[in-house]
Design a binder for this molecule. Structure first.
Ligand code: FEO
Length: 617
C-alpha cells in the first residue's frame, strides 16, 4: 500500500524508510533506520527527483504510481547515482518507457557503469546553470561535485524557491510519520545523527561543501528537500549554519573529547582522572571507549568539540587496534583545526603516543600539545603532575571562569577608563526597518551572534534613533553588513541624518527586500541578516534587542569593514574649524560643539554618539 506525503500543492514525497538496514554503506550503524527521499513534481510535465534504494523499491513504485494519479511520467531527474538513490532506475524505465532521464554527462557515465540498459535513447543531457521549464516551474541545475560523489548535482526550483540538495543537509534516522524538520525537536533528537551523517559521509570534502554552499548562497531558498531525512521549510539557518561550521572544520563547542583504548582499565583510569580535573576547571568533557563506541560516533564528536585527547595502550608494538582504526579514520575524514593531546601506555615499550602524533601530525592545522603523559602499565601518584600539566596546558585555551581573577587578587583598578572601550573591535552595519509604508535605517556597530541553534543575534540601538522605535513596534529588522568598499557617503546617508524628516533611501534605486518586507543594501555590503525580535532589554540610553535570524545570505567576498578601518581609511580626517572656534569635535561625524565645556551626557545631534566620542579642538 502506498504511503506518500504532501510537500507543497504540486510536490509530493514518494520516498520510503528502511529500519532493517544494519549498516549504511556497509559501515555505519543506523539503529534508528534511514529514509530514502524521492519527490514527484506534478506540473504540466511530471518530474521525479531521483529514486530509492532497492530495499524499498516496492513501496516507492506504489508511491510514484499513486502520486501520478494516472498521468504519465515525463522526466526522471538524476542528481546522484549512488545506488541508495538510483537502484530503481532500470525498473522505472521498464514501467515508464517514454520517460526522459534528465542528467549531467557525469551522471550518465556513472549510470552506465552501474546499470546495463538502453539509457542513450532516454537521456536528455543538461549542463550547469541550464534551466528546465516544466510548465509553471523552472528548474536550475547546480553542480555540487564531491557532496558526496563527483557527479552530484543540486536543483533549484526558482518558482517554489526549493533547493533539492541531494545528500547535503540529510541525516541518519528514518522519518517517523513527520516529513518536516519543524515537526520534531530537531536539535535534541536529530542533530547528532545529522552531524554523524555529515562528518562520516562528506566530512572529508569540506572545501567542496563550502564551494557548493557558496554557489547557492545568492539564491532565495525557502525550502530544502534532501535525499535523506527531513525537509526544511522554516528556520533553514539551523541546518545551514551547521554546514558552514562543519565544512570549515570549525568546532561547534569548546570542550574536550577524550577517546581511550584500554585493555585492563589503566589507560581508562588516566582518561577519567584527566576528565575530572578538566571538569574541576569548568571545562566540558565527553569520554568514549573506542572499543565500545562505533568509530562513526567518535568521528562525529571530533567534528563537534574543540579539543581532542587520545589515550591508548600499546599493542603489538603499535597503537591499540580500535584506536589505530579511529585515528586513521579521523585522518581519512580530513579532521583539522583542533588542539590535540595524547596519553600513551605500555608495559615495556610504549610506542602508541608517538605513532598517534605521527598520523595526526600530517593533518592540517592540528596543534598537538607537547605535554607527554607516558604510563608504564598503571598510573602512579608521581605521575599525577604529568596529568596536571596536561590539564593546565588545555585550560590555558579556555577563559577563566568568572571570579577566578578576583580570587587571585588580579582585579583591575576600580575605575572605568572610557578609552579602554576603544580597544573593543566592532563592525559597522546598516540597520533597516519598515513600519507601514515607511522604510528607514541607521548605522550601528553593535551586532553580535549569540547562539547557533537557533541562530540568534543581539543588536544595541540608541533610543534616539527613529529606526529604534520602528523595530520596537514591528519586531522586524535587517542588518546589512558593510564592506571595506563602503564610501563615506553611506555613513553620511544612514548615520548623520534622522529618518523622521528624511527619506534615507531616496535615490537608492530598486527597493530590495527580504521576505520580512524590510529593505536591505545590496551595494557596499557583503551579507544580509534578517531577524525577528524575541526579547528586548532596556539599557538606559539604548535598547538591546535579542532576535532570531530568519534569513541570511552573502553578497560578496569583500572584507567586512571594522570601526578601526572606517577611521583609518574611510572617514575624512577632521579639518580644523574655520576661524578661532573653541569647542569639541565629534570624532564620528565631525560635528562641532562650541564652548569651553562639554556636558558628560552630551549627545551628538547628528550621529547620536555620546561625549566620549568628542575631542577638544
Ligand atoms: Fe545517499 Fe551519497 O548517497
Amino acid at each position: 500500500m502506498y504511503c506518500i506525503k504532501k510537500v507543497t500543492d504540486d510536490l509530493v514525497w514518494v520516498g520510503a524508510n528502511d529500519r532493517r538496514l544494519a549498516f549504511f554503506e556497509g559501515v555505519y550503524s543506523v539503529p534508528a533506520g534511514v529514509s530514502y527521499n524521492s519527490y514527484l513534481l506534478t506540473d504540466e510535465k511530471t518530474v521525479l527527483f531521483d529514486t530509492v534504494d532497492k530495499a524499498v523499491r516496492q513501496r516507492f513504485l506504489e508511491n510514484v504510481e499513486t502520486a501520478l494519479k494516472g498521468r504519465k511520467l515525463d522526466y526522471l531527474l538524476v542528481q546522484h547515482v549512488e545506488p541508495d538513490h538510483s537502484a530503481v532506475i532500470p525498473e522505472l524505465i521498464r514501467l515508464y518507457p517514454n520517460i526522459k532521464i534528465v542528467c549531467s554527462a557525469r551522471v550518465l557515465e556513472f549510470i552506465k557503469q552501474f546499470y546495463d540498459f538502453d539509457i542513450d535513447s532516454h537521456v536528455r543531457l543538461i549542463e550547469e546553470n541550464e534551466t528546465l521549464n516544466t510548465g509553471k516551474h523552472n528548474l536550475q541545475f547546480i553542480m555540487a561535485p564531491m557532496v558526496h560523489w563527483p557527479e552530484v548535482m543540486f536543483t533549484y526550483d526558482s518558482t517554489s524557491k526549493i533547493l533539492f540538495s541531494a545528500d547535503a543537509f540529510g541525516h541518519f534516522g528514518a522519518l517517523n510519520g513527520a516529513l518536516f524538520a519543524d515537526e520534531v525537536d530537531f536539535a535534541k533528537d536529530y542533530m547528532d545523527e545529522t552531524r554523524r551523517y555529515y562528518s562520516n559521509i562528506v566530512g572529508k570534502y569540506g572545501t567542496q561543501v563550502e564551494s557548493a554552499l557558496d554557489k547557492v548562497s545568492a539564491l532565495n531558498i525557502e525550502m530544502i528537500c534532501p535525499l535523506h531525512g527531513f525537509v526544511w521549510r522554516s528556520n533553514l539557518n539551523e541546518i545551514v549554519s551547521k554546514y558552514m561550521l562543519w565544512s570549515k572544520y570549525e568546532p561547534e563547542e569548546r570542550g574536550v573529547m577524550i577517546a581511550y583504548a584500554s585493555v585492563y582499565g589503566n589507560t581508562e583510569n588516566a582518561a577519567e582522572i584527566l576528565a575530572c580535573r578538566l571538569r574541576d576547571k569548568g571545562i566540558k568533557t565527553v569520554i568514549f571507549d573506542v572499543s565500545v563506541t562505533p568509530a562513526s560516533e567518535i568521528v562525529s564528536a571530533a567534528f563537534k568539540w574543540s579539543h581532542l585527547v587520545f589515550a591508548s595502550t600499546t599493542y603489538n608494538a603499535g597503537i591499540f587496534v580500535t584506536m589505530e582504526a579511529l585515528i586513521n579514520d579521523l585522518a581519512a575524514h580530513n579532521i583539522q583545526n583542533r588542539r590535540v593531546a595524547v596519553i600513551e601506555n605500555g608495559s615495556w615499550a610504549a610506542t602508541s603516543g608517538g605513532l598517534i602524533r605521527e598520523i595526526l601530525g600530517k593533518c592540517e592545522k592540528i596543534n598537538i600539545l607537547e605535554n607527554n603523559v607516558s604510563i608504564l602499565s598503571g598510573l602512579k601518584k608521581a605521575q599525577l603532575s604529568d596529568i596536571e600539566s596536561m590539564v593546565q596546558a588545555i585550560a590555558a585555551d579556555f577563559p577563566a571562569p568568572a571570579g577566578v581573577a578576583a580570587q587571585n587578587n588580579q582585579a583591575a583598578p576600580n575605575a572605568v577608563d572610557p578609552n579602554t572601550m576603544f580597544k573593543l573591535s566592532y563592525g559597522l552595519f546598516v540597520l533597516t526597518a519598515r513600519d507601514g509604508n515607511k522604510d528607514n535605517g541607521c548605522i550601528i556597530n553593535t551586532v553580535m551572534q549569540i547562539t547557533v541553534t537557533p541562530v540568534k543575534i543581539t543588536i544595541g540601538v540608541n533610543k534616539a534613533n527613529y529606526t529604534h522605535d520602528m523595530i520596537l513596534k514591528t519586531g522586524k529588522f535587517n542588518v546589512s553588513v558593510l564592506s571595506e568598499k563602503a564610501p563615506f557617503s553611506v555613513f553620511q546617508q544612514f548615520g548623520f541624518k534622522s529618518g523622521k524628516d528624511t527619506d534615507k533611501f531616496a535615490g537608492s534605486g530598486e527597493a530590495l527586500r527580504t521576505t520580512n518586507g524590510v529593505r536591505y543594501l545590496s551595494e557596499w555590503t557583503n551579507g544580509v541578516i534578517s531577524a525577528e525580535v524575541k526579547e528586548t532589554i532596556d539599557c538606559g540610553t539604548h535598547t538591546l534587542f535579542v532576535a532570531e535570524v530568519k534569513q541570511a545570505f552573502s553578497l560578496s567576498s569583500d572584507a567586512s569593514v571594522t570601526y578601526q578601518y572606517y577611521f583609518d581609511n574611510i572617514k575624512p580626517k577632521p579639518q580644523p574649524p574655520k576661524g578661532n572656534k573653541k569647542g569639541f569635535v565629534c570624532k564620528i561625524c565631525g560635528y562641532v560643539h562650541e564652548g569651553d565645556t562639554l556636558p558628560d551626557d552630551f549627545i551628538c545631534p547628528l550621529c547620536k554618539h555620546g561625549a566620549a566620542d568628542f575631542e577638544r579642538i
